[in-house]
Design a protein around this ligand. Structure first.
Ligand code: IMO
Ligand code: MG
Length: 427
Protein backbone atom coordinates (compact mmCIF):
# COMPACT_ATOMS: atom_id res chain seq x y z
CA UNK A 1 0.00 0.00 0.00
CA UNK A 2 2.32 2.84 1.03
CA UNK A 3 4.77 4.52 -1.28
CA UNK A 4 7.10 6.98 0.37
CA UNK A 5 8.99 9.48 -1.75
CA UNK A 6 12.31 10.86 -0.59
CA UNK A 7 13.30 14.08 -2.36
CA UNK A 8 16.10 16.56 -2.00
CA UNK A 9 14.80 19.88 -0.70
CA UNK A 10 17.72 22.08 -1.79
CA UNK A 11 20.37 21.86 -4.53
CA UNK A 12 21.26 18.19 -4.10
CA UNK A 13 23.66 16.44 -1.73
CA UNK A 14 21.24 16.77 1.19
CA UNK A 15 21.96 13.24 2.42
CA UNK A 16 19.17 11.44 0.55
CA UNK A 17 21.34 8.30 0.35
CA UNK A 18 21.79 8.03 4.10
CA UNK A 19 18.06 8.62 4.70
CA UNK A 20 16.98 6.08 2.07
CA UNK A 21 19.44 3.57 3.54
CA UNK A 22 17.85 4.12 6.93
CA UNK A 23 14.25 3.76 5.74
CA UNK A 24 15.06 0.75 3.54
CA UNK A 25 15.18 -1.56 6.53
CA UNK A 26 11.42 -2.06 6.22
CA UNK A 27 11.06 -1.67 2.44
CA UNK A 28 10.26 -4.34 -0.13
CA UNK A 29 11.20 -2.15 -3.09
CA UNK A 30 13.51 0.85 -3.34
CA UNK A 31 13.34 2.63 -6.69
CA UNK A 32 15.32 5.49 -8.20
CA UNK A 33 13.04 7.61 -10.37
CA UNK A 34 15.14 10.38 -11.97
CA UNK A 35 18.60 11.55 -12.92
CA UNK A 36 21.52 9.35 -13.82
CA UNK A 37 25.07 8.93 -12.62
CA UNK A 38 25.24 12.67 -11.96
CA UNK A 39 23.90 11.63 -8.54
CA UNK A 40 26.32 10.66 -5.81
CA UNK A 41 24.57 9.05 -2.85
CA UNK A 42 26.89 8.22 0.00
CA UNK A 43 25.99 5.41 2.36
CA UNK A 44 28.09 4.31 5.33
CA UNK A 45 27.35 0.99 7.02
CA UNK A 46 29.13 -2.06 8.43
CA UNK A 47 30.43 -2.95 4.94
CA UNK A 48 32.16 0.42 4.63
CA UNK A 49 31.54 3.64 2.69
CA UNK A 50 29.82 3.56 -0.69
CA UNK A 51 29.22 6.34 -3.23
CA UNK A 52 26.27 5.13 -5.29
CA UNK A 53 25.47 6.79 -8.61
CA UNK A 54 22.76 4.60 -10.15
CA UNK A 55 21.95 1.74 -7.81
CA UNK A 56 19.33 2.68 -5.19
CA UNK A 57 20.64 3.24 -1.68
CA UNK A 58 18.37 0.42 -0.45
CA UNK A 59 20.75 -2.23 -1.80
CA UNK A 60 22.36 -2.97 1.57
CA UNK A 61 19.40 -4.82 3.09
CA UNK A 62 18.84 -8.43 2.02
CA UNK A 63 15.09 -8.17 1.30
CA UNK A 64 14.94 -5.10 -0.95
CA UNK A 65 14.32 -5.23 -4.67
CA UNK A 66 16.25 -2.29 -6.07
CA UNK A 67 14.73 -0.71 -9.14
CA UNK A 68 16.29 1.76 -11.55
CA UNK A 69 13.10 3.26 -12.94
CA UNK A 70 12.14 4.42 -16.42
CA UNK A 71 12.73 8.05 -15.41
CA UNK A 72 16.44 7.41 -14.88
CA UNK A 73 18.97 7.76 -17.69
CA UNK A 74 21.53 4.99 -17.54
CA UNK A 75 25.10 4.88 -18.70
CA UNK A 76 25.46 1.09 -18.93
CA UNK A 77 29.22 1.20 -18.51
CA UNK A 78 28.84 3.09 -15.23
CA UNK A 79 26.07 0.78 -14.06
CA UNK A 80 28.14 -2.34 -14.74
CA UNK A 81 31.12 -0.78 -12.96
CA UNK A 82 28.95 0.00 -9.96
CA UNK A 83 27.43 -3.49 -9.90
CA UNK A 84 30.91 -5.07 -10.12
CA UNK A 85 32.16 -2.90 -7.29
CA UNK A 86 29.21 -3.77 -5.08
CA UNK A 87 29.53 -7.49 -5.84
CA UNK A 88 33.25 -7.38 -5.07
CA UNK A 89 32.43 -5.92 -1.66
CA UNK A 90 29.98 -8.68 -0.83
CA UNK A 91 26.67 -7.03 -1.77
CA UNK A 92 24.06 -9.25 -3.44
CA UNK A 93 23.32 -7.53 -6.76
CA UNK A 94 20.80 -10.09 -8.03
CA UNK A 95 18.08 -7.89 -6.48
CA UNK A 96 18.74 -5.03 -8.94
CA UNK A 97 16.35 -4.45 -11.85
CA UNK A 98 16.63 -1.74 -14.47
CA UNK A 99 13.68 -0.51 -16.49
CA UNK A 100 13.51 -1.50 -20.15
CA UNK A 101 12.12 2.02 -20.72
CA UNK A 102 15.12 3.81 -19.17
CA UNK A 103 17.07 5.81 -21.75
CA UNK A 104 20.72 5.03 -22.43
CA UNK A 105 23.45 7.59 -22.01
CA UNK A 106 25.50 7.22 -25.19
CA UNK A 107 29.08 8.31 -25.99
CA UNK A 108 27.80 11.21 -28.11
CA UNK A 109 25.87 12.57 -25.14
CA UNK A 110 29.09 12.90 -23.16
CA UNK A 111 30.93 14.40 -26.11
CA UNK A 112 28.22 16.90 -27.02
CA UNK A 113 27.81 18.01 -23.42
CA UNK A 114 31.54 18.64 -23.09
CA UNK A 115 31.57 20.68 -26.31
CA UNK A 116 28.45 22.64 -25.30
CA UNK A 117 29.76 23.45 -21.85
CA UNK A 118 33.11 24.59 -23.27
CA UNK A 119 31.38 26.71 -25.92
CA UNK A 120 29.26 28.48 -23.28
CA UNK A 121 32.28 29.78 -21.38
CA UNK A 122 31.25 31.72 -18.28
CA UNK A 123 27.56 31.01 -18.98
CA UNK A 124 28.20 27.27 -18.63
CA UNK A 125 25.89 25.36 -16.28
CA UNK A 126 28.80 23.57 -14.60
CA UNK A 127 27.25 20.16 -15.17
CA UNK A 128 28.68 16.90 -13.91
CA UNK A 129 29.52 16.08 -17.57
CA UNK A 130 27.83 12.69 -17.40
CA UNK A 131 25.81 13.29 -20.55
CA UNK A 132 22.60 13.67 -18.56
CA UNK A 133 21.19 16.81 -20.25
CA UNK A 134 21.81 15.64 -23.84
CA UNK A 135 20.33 12.23 -23.03
CA UNK A 136 17.08 13.71 -21.66
CA UNK A 137 17.03 16.12 -24.62
CA UNK A 138 17.13 13.16 -27.00
CA UNK A 139 14.39 11.44 -25.03
CA UNK A 140 12.15 14.47 -25.56
CA UNK A 141 13.27 14.85 -29.18
CA UNK A 142 12.39 11.18 -29.77
CA UNK A 143 15.95 10.38 -30.73
CA UNK A 144 16.67 8.31 -27.66
CA UNK A 145 17.69 4.68 -27.37
CA UNK A 146 16.32 2.68 -24.47
CA UNK A 147 17.61 -0.08 -22.25
CA UNK A 148 15.11 -2.52 -23.77
CA UNK A 149 16.51 -1.86 -27.24
CA UNK A 150 19.73 -3.60 -26.18
CA UNK A 151 17.80 -6.87 -26.03
CA UNK A 152 17.18 -6.77 -29.78
CA UNK A 153 20.69 -6.48 -31.31
CA UNK A 154 19.46 -6.08 -34.87
CA UNK A 155 16.91 -3.37 -34.09
CA UNK A 156 19.41 -1.65 -31.81
CA UNK A 157 22.09 -1.55 -34.50
CA UNK A 158 19.73 -0.12 -37.12
CA UNK A 159 18.50 2.56 -34.72
CA UNK A 160 22.00 3.43 -33.50
CA UNK A 161 23.34 3.77 -37.04
CA UNK A 162 20.54 6.19 -37.88
CA UNK A 163 21.04 8.27 -34.72
CA UNK A 164 24.85 8.32 -34.91
CA UNK A 165 24.79 9.51 -38.52
CA UNK A 166 22.74 12.47 -37.33
CA UNK A 167 24.91 13.08 -34.24
CA UNK A 168 28.05 12.92 -36.36
CA UNK A 169 26.72 15.71 -38.55
CA UNK A 170 26.29 17.80 -35.41
CA UNK A 171 29.73 16.87 -34.08
CA UNK A 172 31.48 17.63 -37.35
CA UNK A 173 29.54 20.62 -38.70
CA UNK A 174 28.68 22.47 -35.50
CA UNK A 175 31.74 21.72 -33.38
CA UNK A 176 34.36 20.64 -35.92
CA UNK A 177 34.82 17.53 -33.76
CA UNK A 178 35.65 14.00 -34.80
CA UNK A 179 32.77 11.71 -35.76
CA UNK A 180 32.02 8.52 -33.85
CA UNK A 181 32.39 5.07 -35.38
CA UNK A 182 28.89 3.60 -35.15
CA UNK A 183 30.12 0.03 -35.46
CA UNK A 184 32.48 0.41 -32.49
CA UNK A 185 29.72 1.98 -30.40
CA UNK A 186 27.28 -0.79 -31.40
CA UNK A 187 29.77 -3.52 -30.46
CA UNK A 188 30.52 -1.87 -27.12
CA UNK A 189 26.87 -1.34 -26.21
CA UNK A 190 25.76 -4.80 -27.30
CA UNK A 191 28.41 -6.25 -24.98
CA UNK A 192 26.93 -4.19 -22.13
CA UNK A 193 23.49 -5.37 -23.18
CA UNK A 194 24.51 -9.02 -22.89
CA UNK A 195 25.80 -8.45 -19.36
CA UNK A 196 22.77 -6.39 -18.35
CA UNK A 197 20.20 -8.73 -19.89
CA UNK A 198 19.31 -10.43 -16.58
CA UNK A 199 18.62 -7.05 -14.96
CA UNK A 200 16.43 -5.48 -17.68
CA UNK A 201 12.73 -5.71 -16.84
CA UNK A 202 9.42 -3.90 -17.00
CA UNK A 203 10.07 -2.47 -13.54
CA UNK A 204 6.69 -0.73 -13.32
CA UNK A 205 5.26 -4.22 -12.68
CA UNK A 206 7.62 -4.83 -9.77
CA UNK A 207 6.55 -1.59 -8.13
CA UNK A 208 2.82 -2.14 -8.79
CA UNK A 209 2.88 -5.68 -7.42
CA UNK A 210 4.62 -4.61 -4.23
CA UNK A 211 2.07 -1.84 -3.69
CA UNK A 212 -0.82 -4.20 -4.40
CA UNK A 213 0.53 -6.57 -1.76
CA UNK A 214 0.69 -3.80 0.79
CA UNK A 215 4.49 -3.72 0.89
CA UNK A 216 6.50 -0.59 1.57
CA UNK A 217 7.96 1.01 -1.55
CA UNK A 218 10.54 3.76 -1.26
CA UNK A 219 11.06 6.14 -4.15
CA UNK A 220 14.52 7.65 -4.08
CA UNK A 221 15.01 11.02 -5.70
CA UNK A 222 18.29 12.29 -7.07
CA UNK A 223 19.41 15.93 -7.12
CA UNK A 224 17.16 18.44 -5.36
CA UNK A 225 14.07 20.57 -5.86
CA UNK A 226 16.04 23.67 -6.82
CA UNK A 227 17.71 21.64 -9.59
CA UNK A 228 14.32 20.54 -10.97
CA UNK A 229 13.84 21.21 -14.66
CA UNK A 230 10.60 23.15 -14.02
CA UNK A 231 10.90 24.45 -10.46
CA UNK A 232 14.64 24.84 -10.11
CA UNK A 233 16.79 27.89 -10.75
CA UNK A 234 16.49 27.55 -14.52
CA UNK A 235 18.69 27.34 -16.58
CA UNK A 236 21.04 26.29 -13.77
CA UNK A 237 19.22 23.02 -13.23
CA UNK A 238 19.49 19.38 -14.13
CA UNK A 239 17.36 17.96 -16.93
CA UNK A 240 14.91 15.80 -14.97
CA UNK A 241 11.96 16.17 -12.61
CA UNK A 242 13.57 15.89 -9.21
CA UNK A 243 10.43 16.37 -7.11
CA UNK A 244 7.58 14.25 -5.85
CA UNK A 245 5.71 14.55 -9.16
CA UNK A 246 8.72 13.12 -10.96
CA UNK A 247 8.49 10.05 -8.76
CA UNK A 248 5.15 9.01 -10.27
CA UNK A 249 6.32 9.36 -13.84
CA UNK A 250 9.74 7.95 -13.13
CA UNK A 251 8.56 4.58 -11.83
CA UNK A 252 5.13 4.34 -13.43
CA UNK A 253 2.62 4.79 -10.60
CA UNK A 254 -0.32 7.13 -10.08
CA UNK A 255 -0.07 10.04 -7.62
CA UNK A 256 -2.65 8.59 -5.25
CA UNK A 257 -0.25 5.75 -4.42
CA UNK A 258 2.06 8.13 -2.60
CA UNK A 259 1.25 8.35 1.07
CA UNK A 260 4.22 10.35 2.35
CA UNK A 261 6.64 12.79 0.78
CA UNK A 262 9.78 13.27 2.82
CA UNK A 263 11.96 16.26 2.00
CA UNK A 264 15.61 16.03 2.97
CA UNK A 265 17.35 19.27 3.94
CA UNK A 266 20.85 19.89 5.17
CA UNK A 267 21.02 22.06 8.29
CA UNK A 268 22.76 24.61 6.03
CA UNK A 269 22.88 24.72 2.21
CA UNK A 270 25.34 23.70 -0.47
CA UNK A 271 25.41 23.95 -4.20
CA UNK A 272 27.80 22.59 -6.86
CA UNK A 273 28.09 24.16 -10.29
CA UNK A 274 26.84 27.53 -11.52
CA UNK A 275 23.70 29.49 -10.67
CA UNK A 276 22.41 31.85 -7.98
CA UNK A 277 22.65 30.98 -4.29
CA UNK A 278 21.53 33.85 -2.05
CA UNK A 279 23.03 32.61 1.23
CA UNK A 280 26.41 31.57 -0.19
CA UNK A 281 29.29 32.37 2.17
CA UNK A 282 32.51 33.16 0.37
CA UNK A 283 34.29 34.08 3.62
CA UNK A 284 35.96 32.02 6.34
CA UNK A 285 32.56 30.94 7.72
CA UNK A 286 31.81 29.24 4.39
CA UNK A 287 35.32 27.78 4.42
CA UNK A 288 34.76 26.39 7.91
CA UNK A 289 31.47 24.80 6.84
CA UNK A 290 33.14 23.22 3.82
CA UNK A 291 36.09 21.85 5.76
CA UNK A 292 34.09 20.59 8.76
CA UNK A 293 31.58 18.87 6.52
CA UNK A 294 34.10 17.84 3.82
CA UNK A 295 31.81 19.39 1.24
CA UNK A 296 33.39 18.07 -1.95
CA UNK A 297 31.29 16.43 -4.66
CA UNK A 298 30.87 12.64 -4.49
CA UNK A 299 30.60 12.53 -8.30
CA UNK A 300 33.05 15.19 -9.50
CA UNK A 301 35.17 16.03 -6.45
CA UNK A 302 34.43 19.74 -6.93
CA UNK A 303 34.35 21.91 -3.77
CA UNK A 304 30.73 22.67 -2.91
CA UNK A 305 29.56 26.23 -2.35
CA UNK A 306 28.34 26.52 1.25
CA UNK A 307 25.95 28.89 2.99
CA UNK A 308 23.40 29.38 5.76
CA UNK A 309 20.04 27.64 5.74
CA UNK A 310 17.64 29.34 3.36
CA UNK A 311 14.08 29.11 4.63
CA UNK A 312 12.58 30.95 1.64
CA UNK A 313 13.90 28.22 -0.61
CA UNK A 314 12.84 25.53 1.86
CA UNK A 315 9.28 26.83 2.04
CA UNK A 316 9.11 26.82 -1.73
CA UNK A 317 10.33 23.22 -1.77
CA UNK A 318 7.75 22.25 0.82
CA UNK A 319 5.01 23.74 -1.33
CA UNK A 320 5.92 22.39 -4.78
CA UNK A 321 6.46 18.88 -3.40
CA UNK A 322 3.71 19.14 -0.81
CA UNK A 323 6.11 17.67 1.72
CA UNK A 324 4.47 15.62 4.43
CA UNK A 325 7.50 15.93 6.68
CA UNK A 326 11.18 16.73 6.59
CA UNK A 327 14.51 15.23 7.58
CA UNK A 328 17.29 17.56 8.66
CA UNK A 329 20.77 16.18 8.06
CA UNK A 330 24.22 17.17 9.31
CA UNK A 331 23.06 19.17 12.29
CA UNK A 332 26.37 18.24 13.97
CA UNK A 333 28.27 20.36 11.44
CA UNK A 334 26.82 23.46 13.12
CA UNK A 335 28.24 22.39 16.53
CA UNK A 336 31.25 24.67 15.92
CA UNK A 337 29.41 27.95 15.33
CA UNK A 338 28.55 30.36 18.14
CA UNK A 339 26.04 32.31 16.04
CA UNK A 340 23.94 30.66 13.34
CA UNK A 341 22.03 32.53 10.68
CA UNK A 342 18.88 31.55 8.84
CA UNK A 343 17.61 33.40 5.79
CA UNK A 344 13.94 34.24 6.37
CA UNK A 345 13.28 36.53 3.37
CA UNK A 346 15.04 38.12 0.42
CA UNK A 347 15.42 41.77 -0.35
CA UNK A 348 15.85 43.35 -3.79
CA UNK A 349 16.07 47.12 -4.26
CA UNK A 350 14.53 47.69 -0.86
CA UNK A 351 11.59 45.39 -1.60
CA UNK A 352 11.16 42.36 0.65
CA UNK A 353 10.35 39.11 -1.14
CA UNK A 354 9.10 36.26 0.93
CA UNK A 355 8.27 34.00 -1.99
CA UNK A 356 10.97 32.32 -4.02
CA UNK A 357 11.38 34.15 -7.36
CA UNK A 358 11.03 32.36 -10.69
CA UNK A 359 13.88 34.07 -12.50
CA UNK A 360 17.50 33.18 -11.84
CA UNK A 361 18.47 36.82 -12.47
CA UNK A 362 16.07 38.00 -9.77
CA UNK A 363 17.35 35.40 -7.39
CA UNK A 364 20.93 36.44 -8.12
CA UNK A 365 20.03 40.02 -7.17
CA UNK A 366 18.30 38.95 -3.95
CA UNK A 367 20.02 39.78 -0.67
CA UNK A 368 19.22 37.46 2.20
CA UNK A 369 17.43 38.84 5.24
CA UNK A 370 18.85 36.95 8.19
CA UNK A 371 17.62 35.98 11.57
CA UNK A 372 20.41 35.11 13.99
CA UNK A 373 20.15 32.27 16.45
CA UNK A 374 22.55 31.35 19.23
CA UNK A 375 24.75 28.31 18.58
CA UNK A 376 25.30 25.50 21.09
CA UNK A 377 29.06 24.84 20.82
CA UNK A 378 28.54 21.27 22.03
CA UNK A 379 29.26 18.00 20.25
CA UNK A 380 25.90 16.55 19.19
CA UNK A 381 27.22 13.55 17.25
CA UNK A 382 26.50 11.18 20.12
CA UNK A 383 22.95 12.42 20.82
CA UNK A 384 20.12 9.99 20.02
CA UNK A 385 17.07 11.65 21.61
CA UNK A 386 15.73 15.07 20.79
CA UNK A 387 15.44 16.07 24.44
CA UNK A 388 19.15 15.33 24.90
CA UNK A 389 20.17 17.92 22.31
CA UNK A 390 21.48 21.20 23.76
CA UNK A 391 18.52 23.60 24.15
CA UNK A 392 19.84 25.92 21.43
CA UNK A 393 20.07 23.01 18.98
CA UNK A 394 16.49 22.05 19.81
CA UNK A 395 15.49 25.67 19.27
CA UNK A 396 17.25 25.70 15.88
CA UNK A 397 15.39 22.59 14.70
CA UNK A 398 12.07 23.93 15.99
CA UNK A 399 12.68 27.25 14.27
CA UNK A 400 13.37 25.55 10.92
CA UNK A 401 10.23 23.50 11.36
CA UNK A 402 8.25 26.67 12.01
CA UNK A 403 9.75 28.53 9.06
CA UNK A 404 9.22 25.66 6.62
CA UNK A 405 5.78 24.92 7.98
CA UNK A 406 6.20 21.13 7.94
CA UNK A 407 6.98 18.77 10.81
CA UNK A 408 10.45 17.28 11.26
CA UNK A 409 10.52 13.48 11.23
CA UNK A 410 14.18 13.02 11.99
CA UNK A 411 17.49 14.78 12.44
CA UNK A 412 20.84 13.23 11.63
CA UNK A 413 24.01 14.06 13.53
CA UNK A 414 26.54 11.98 11.62
CA UNK A 415 26.90 9.59 8.70
CA UNK A 416 26.64 6.31 10.64
CA UNK A 417 23.33 4.47 10.58
CA UNK A 418 22.74 5.02 14.29
CA UNK A 419 23.55 8.74 14.29
CA UNK A 420 19.91 9.66 13.99
CA UNK A 421 17.41 11.40 16.25
CA UNK A 422 13.84 10.30 15.47
CA UNK A 423 11.06 12.80 16.16
CA UNK A 424 8.03 11.35 14.40
CA UNK A 425 7.38 8.06 12.65
CA UNK A 426 7.41 7.85 8.84
CA UNK A 427 4.85 7.26 7.40
P1 IMO B 1 22.71 14.20 -5.81
O1 IMO B 1 21.72 13.14 -6.22
C1 IMO B 1 24.31 18.19 -6.41
C2 IMO B 1 24.16 19.78 -10.49
C3 IMO B 1 25.45 20.01 -11.25
C4 IMO B 1 25.05 21.21 -12.09
C5 IMO B 1 23.60 20.91 -12.44
C6 IMO B 1 23.41 20.26 -13.80
O2 IMO B 1 24.00 13.66 -5.33
O3 IMO B 1 22.07 15.15 -4.87
P2 IMO B 1 23.85 17.79 -14.67
O4 IMO B 1 25.13 16.99 -14.75
O5 IMO B 1 22.80 17.15 -13.82
O6 IMO B 1 23.32 18.21 -16.00
O7 IMO B 1 24.29 19.16 -13.93
O8 IMO B 1 23.13 20.04 -11.43
N1 IMO B 1 23.95 18.42 -9.97
C7 IMO B 1 24.04 18.08 -8.67
N2 IMO B 1 24.36 18.81 -7.59
N3 IMO B 1 23.93 16.91 -6.23
C8 IMO B 1 23.57 16.16 -7.30
O9 IMO B 1 23.05 14.94 -7.19
C9 IMO B 1 23.64 16.73 -8.60
N4 IMO B 1 23.39 16.29 -9.85
C10 IMO B 1 23.57 17.33 -10.67
O10 IMO B 1 26.51 20.31 -10.37
O11 IMO B 1 25.07 22.37 -11.31
MG1 MG C 1 25.44 13.82 -3.99
Amino acid sequence: MPAIVVVGGQWGDEGKGRIVDLLSRDAAVVARFNGGDNAGHTVINELGEFALHLVPAGIFYPQTLCVIGNGVVVNPKVLLGELDLLAARGVDISRVAVSDRAHLVMPYHLEIERLEEEAQGTAAIGTTRRGIGPCYADKAARLGIRMGDLLDPEGFTTRLKFVIEYKNRVLERVYGARPLDWQAVADEYLRYGERLRPFIRDTSLIVARALDQGDLVLLEGAQGTLLDLDYGTYPYVTSSSTGAGGACLGVGIGPTRITHTLGVFKAYVTRVGGGPMPTELTDEVGQLLRERAREYGATTGRPRRCGWFDAVLARFSARVNDLTSIAITRLDILDAFDRIRVCVAYQTDGVVLDEFPTSAARLAAAKPVYEELPGWLTDTSGVRRFEDLPPNAQRYVRRLEELIGRPVSLVSVGPERNQVIPLRPIP
